[in-house]
Ligand binder design. Sequence first.
Ligand code: AMP
Length: 590
Amino acid sequence: MKKLVQGNNQTIFDRISDRLFLLMLRYLAQKALKNLQKDTANAAQIQHQVLRDILKLQKNTEYGKKYNFGAIKSVADFQEKHPLTTYEDYRSLIENIANTGDFNQLVAEPIILFQETAGTTGKTKLIPRTKRLFSTYQKAVQAVVGLTESYHPEKKEYGTNYRGLAFANAEALKFTPSGVPRGTGSSGGLRQSKFVQNLLRLKYTSHPSVFLISDYRIAYYCHLLFGLLEPELAYITANFAYNVLQALQTLEKMWPQLVNDIQSGQIDQSLALDVSIREELQSYLKPNPARAEALKTEFEKGFKAILPRIWSQLSHIQCITTGSMQLYKKNLQFYAGDIPIYSHGYGASESWIGVNLEPEKEPAGYLITPHAAFFEFIPVEEVDADIPTTIDLTSLSVGESYEIVVTTVAGLYRYRLGDVLKCLGYYNQSPIVEFLYRQGSLLNLTGEKVSENTIFTALTEAIKLLDNGCQIVDYTTKMEFSSLPWRYVIYIEVAQIFASPPNLKLCQEKMERVIYDLNRRYLKLRQANRIGSLELKLVKNGTFESLKNQMLLQGASHSQFKMPRLIKNSDMMDFLESRVIYQFNKLLEC
Ligand code: AMP
């Protein structure tokens, strides 16, 4: 990668080429946004074209021959010839390709990365990424950049070179036995794409090498250091709300060292930085006592609504706040004050899915990008059917919920992602969807199907009754089958420390009442005593941080980490049980 040359060290040539890159970026971003809007006007046609292109591209692969892709003439034909699939239908084939390198078993083009999914909801999956798949993400990212650009500059007075603070880092890539890199999609993008590296260099306050620090704690410290040095920071961005929250918690904990570093122009010696990166980063720093003093004054006042106080030009925070991230959005608001938090996009390693065109609207809605994949939708009432029907992108009914199914340019066909979405409306022919929940996180003892959304709403309401309102640090659930009637157990960590046992009975009753309102079947099953009363268990401070660390040790990645909202692994259950400090055992009557 080109080493950053800044300020006086930049040659005229460097400056011109940077300027050109920024102009190109702006042009691409606006073009991607316009194309997206144009595509949505012809979504049905684009979808047919996407499917035709995929079948044509892959027809000579072994997989394409098996399903005779060359003879498929219509969407109906494709749906008749190819069943719906899940990852298990591809697992052994993909593992074989990873071992042998023989990608043509599944895809016509080389695999540039085996993307490891977060591994938070089950066994790790390896999702093949080809250049073509990656370019569908780039188009979407460019559209998001276009939106970001049009979203904030009107509000504040920026020069042309305004910058954001991005909390992202690339974990180290591993290699498959056949020598292909494997790692998370975001780490691959940061390490493998020249375009992304140039983007980082010019759009963000951190130097590109900070993004390549594989330990997220060290990377976040360095991101904070360079971000704090920029008083006119324009926005903050990260994949998920969880990433931003962790970074701001790092700031709250480590501000004295950071202020010291800014004051002295020296990076704290205790930070376990690689020597060459330390030397490089050190070369960009010089003492800045005025900024250090201004920051210290604000930090000493406390961290409530700290962001607009230390960055007066900050216009928004951009990170995913829906699904399992809802909780962290609430916690982020403590630091953000009145700075809006914008949930920009919706995607998975398997496929890009949607972009949020209306940053300030609640609930966040994602416009499905018709060029990203061929999409189908299973009506939610049919998700458990042996052969569910699917409907196309342009035929969703507003207000109804569906599981999304994707056929991608990189070898997944009629693949059930497991995400359930609600259609909020349309933009041209393309639906705007709200993320509801993952199928795998549904609590379902005997057909009641209580979603993580319902649990979160109930928990949020219930916790207000504790100690005049508590801040939830994190939570998860399990289904308890050890005695009849079966029931739910909710493990929760709160920020407060109680001097005397909190009234969990009150909270449990409140939670149940909220769930009754949101899920009538749960109520009926409770009344029939087929489900027992749920149990709320409060765990020690730091429990969820330890749980996350255990999951990271077992191969989950931090950059795409999502705390599982339903625990199925017995070691994790034992761990949580061992950390319980308060519980209310007596089962309640319905
Ligand atoms: P991964 O492939 O590990 O990045 O995980 C992808 C999954 O993350 C998706 O299938 C969703 O369940 C979740 N996800 C991604 N974007 C969003 C979003 N905007 N809102 C809620 N969940 C999301």
